[in-house]
Design a protein around this ligand. Structure first.
Ligand code: DC
Length: 229
């Protein structure tokens, strides 16, 4: 029986992390954990409850009663928060902006990191985020840092939003990707940073399949080094 690994995929928004972690989880039979969706869920609830993103006490209360589940329905991954399917609502530009703010809050990060460790500790998981290989699982067996140029990432995010029926301007989407990158990189608590032992992949000129092949090879090599098949 092969060892169940922890696979971390970190990198800025729009680099292809979601698509690749889903595809990788499907190929390996691992569970996919979208940690960005968890931060988005907190932002959505904060928005609904009119909680200010700097109000740590209110955010802590919100996190203490939070139940997040990832379920697969008719081949689609769904995010349930306290039993409600919020998969679409957490992806609007407004919630994206608010998410960057609540993700900078230490009490939110502490609560979600704890939850992520609980979900992933048994292995057999692909976790995607910003701080998986550096903070959540610094000893993850396989770490990827996936990036692409800001223009390309903005273009991809624009396509995604359009496909989901959200009408937005391309230049504005690129500007928002850049603004969010900056907020994620300079924040004091767990900023976006590449782990020293991560495999760095620049996907600007690569297809999803090419990146997927590269990642699959990397995981297989790691399995072999542990004596698995
Ligand atoms: O990957 P995403 O675009 O869904 O992430 C949404 C926001 O959450 C983004 O501003 C970065 C933040 N995030 C984070 O700070 N740490 C994570 N592990 C995942 C996401």
């Amino acid at each position: 029986m092969s060892r169940k690994l922890i696979v971390a995929i970190d990198g800025p928004s729009g680099a292809g992390k979601s698509t690749l972690s889903k595809a990788l989880a499907k190929r390996t039979g691992y569970i996919n954990i979208d940690t960005g969706a968890m931060y988005r869920a907190v932002a959505l609830l904060a928005h609904r409850q009119r909680i200010d993103p700097t109000d740590e006490q209110a955010l802590q209360r919100l996190c203490s009663s939070l139940v997040i589940e990832f379920v697969r329905e008719a081949g689609q991954e769904r995010v349930l928060v306290n039993g409600e399917d919020v998969s679409r609502q957490i992806r609007t530009p407004e919630i994206s902006r608010l998410t960057a703010k609540v993700a900078a809050c230490p009490v939110v990060r502490d609560a979600l990191v704890r939850l992520q460790r609980k979900l992933g500790q048994a292995g057999g998981v692909v976790l995607e985020g910003r701080d998986i290989g550096t903070v959540v699982f610094p000893h993850a067996e396989v770490k990827f840092f996936l990036s692409a140029s800001a223009e390309e990432r903005g273009r991809r995010r624009h396509e995604e939003l359009r496909a989901a029926g959200v009408a937005v301007d391309l230049q504005q989407t690129i500007a928002e990707v850049e603004a969010r990158d900056a907020a994620d990189s300079i924040r004091e608590h767990a900023p976006l940073k590449c782990a020293e032992d991560a495999v760095v992949i620049d996907s600007t000129q690569m297809s999803i399949d090419e990146v997927l092949e590269l990642m699959t090879r990397e995981i297989a090599e790691k399995q072999q080094s542990f004596g698995g098949e």
